[in-house]
Design a protein around this ligand. Structure first.
Ligand code: ADP
Ligand code: MG
Length: 365
């Protein structure tokens, strides 16, 4: 990777007899938004806290540029304040007895910065997060979103080389969370900030990040750009953690140079599979699962005429405004697909499910 700013290697951590990190490593480029994503308890916060210097590692090395922040082998472990990193938590952790400006000034006071310089930098940080008007208000009087912006300004005020964010938007309600996502992205792009972002929220991870490391049980399961992670998952864990997947059991009928034809176990019909992960390792006769994302399926009330689409009956419909989710009975499978809003009238109608072979992936069964 060009322009590596942070290098994390071989992080291991046990709490008592529980292994929490099992060899975590990655590199991050300057200006990148790098996200640690994964289910609760997989080790995201522990990784971030070790990077911040708030938690000790059993083993591992962390470098920022050419500077070693942590090396268990060399017995180096810099204090948090010597690491030039800002941190924002889920609980905003603002000081309730201070005004907005005093909160933001606090890290600079700790570092002994002059009064004039503090005033200048606090004003500039508050301008960044659009809170200049609130500077003299007591911090607890602000809304949740504003309080989180105070926390952001406080982390940005001493111009850290890296900003660490641990579920910074999780305490906000849905509307505000989506708005803050945009604000954060705009700020990051405008200032060229390097972010390490922790979240369990897949859509937050996919929408904000340049690259995402999906963690599972203290290991990185896959590290990719968001579209790669979503479109080309390497494991079932990655496939199922992100988005929805329809999984149908079947058997390989035949193979050709570019893919396989699968007969379904619980429904009539054959499916042509040419998804990204079929490297011709399932021979004819092998039991497999075929997988397809619901948004890759086109729902139609007309037959395609060539018999490639699956025929089914709409059993029930969940109307969602922007679309209608249709549960379609195909053989003994119930397949949920996304129809246009107008599909809300299709209950008990015969329909065809159509998709391209490239959208179908093969998995072991
Ligand atoms: P995540 O942020 O991905 O939800 P954490 O990194 O916070 O996960 O925690 C990973 C695992 O380590 C969890 O099983 C958690 O219970 C455990 N853990 C975290 N901190 C401590 C601690 N201070 N003492 C004991 N166990 C801990
Ligand atoms: Mg956490």
């Amino acid at each position: 990777m060009s322009d590596v700013l942070i290098r994390v290697a071989g992080l291991r951590k046990n709490f008592g007899s529980v292994q929490v990190l099992d060899g975590v490593e990655f590199s991050i480029a300057k200006g990148e938004v790098f996200t640690l994503l994964g289910p609760s308890g997989c080790g995201k916060s522990t990784t971030l806290r070790i990077i911040a210097g708030l938690e000790a590692a059993d083993e591992g090395e962390i470098k920022l540029g050419s500077k070693t922040l942590l090396s268990t082998a060399q017995r180096v472990n810099l204090q948090p304040e010597d690491r030039h990193m800002g941190m924002v938590f889920q609980s905003y952790a603002i000081w309730p007895h201070m005004t907005v400006a005093e909160n933001v000034a606090y890290p600079l006071k700790l570092r002994g910065v002059s009064r004039a310089e503090i005033d200048r930098r606090v004003a500039s940080a508050l301008r960044l997060v659009d809170l200049e008007q609130q500077a003299d208000r007591p911090a607890p009087k602000l809304s949740g979103g504003q309080q989180q912006r105070v926390a952001l300004a406080r982390a940005l005020v001493y111009e850290p080389e890296v900003l660490l964010l641990d579920e910074p938007l999780s305490n906000l309600d849905v509307k505000l969370r989506e708005q803050m996502r945009f604000e954060l992205k705009l700020l990051q792009e405008r200032l060229g900030l390097t972010l390490i972002y922790v979240t369990h929220d897949q859509s937050e991870a996919l929408s904000l990040s340049n690259r995402v490391a999906l963690m599972n049980h203290g290991r990185i399961e896959q590290l990719s750009a968001p579209d790669e992670l979503y479109e080309r998952p390497k494991t079932e864990f990655v496939r199922d953690f992100l988005g929805k997947t329809i999984v149908l059991p079947g058997r390989i009928e035949s193979r050709d140079g570019t893919g396989a034809t699968v007969s379904l176990a619980n429904a009539p019909g054959h499916i042509s599979c040419r998804g990204h992960n079929d490297s011709a390792h399932y021979p004819p006769g092998a039991n497999v699962n075929v997988a397809i994302r619901p948004e890759r399926i086109r729902l139609s009330t007309l037959s395609d005429g060539n018999g490639a689409a699956l025929e089914g009956l709409v059993e029930t419909i969940l109307y969602q405004g922007e679309r209608s989710e249709c549960a379609v009975r195909v053989g003994s499978e119930l397949i949920t697909v996304y129809g246009a809003p107008e599909a809300r009238h299709l209950r008990n109608h015969k329909v065809w499910l159509d998709f391209t072979p490239e959208a179908v992936t093969l998995w072991p069964r």
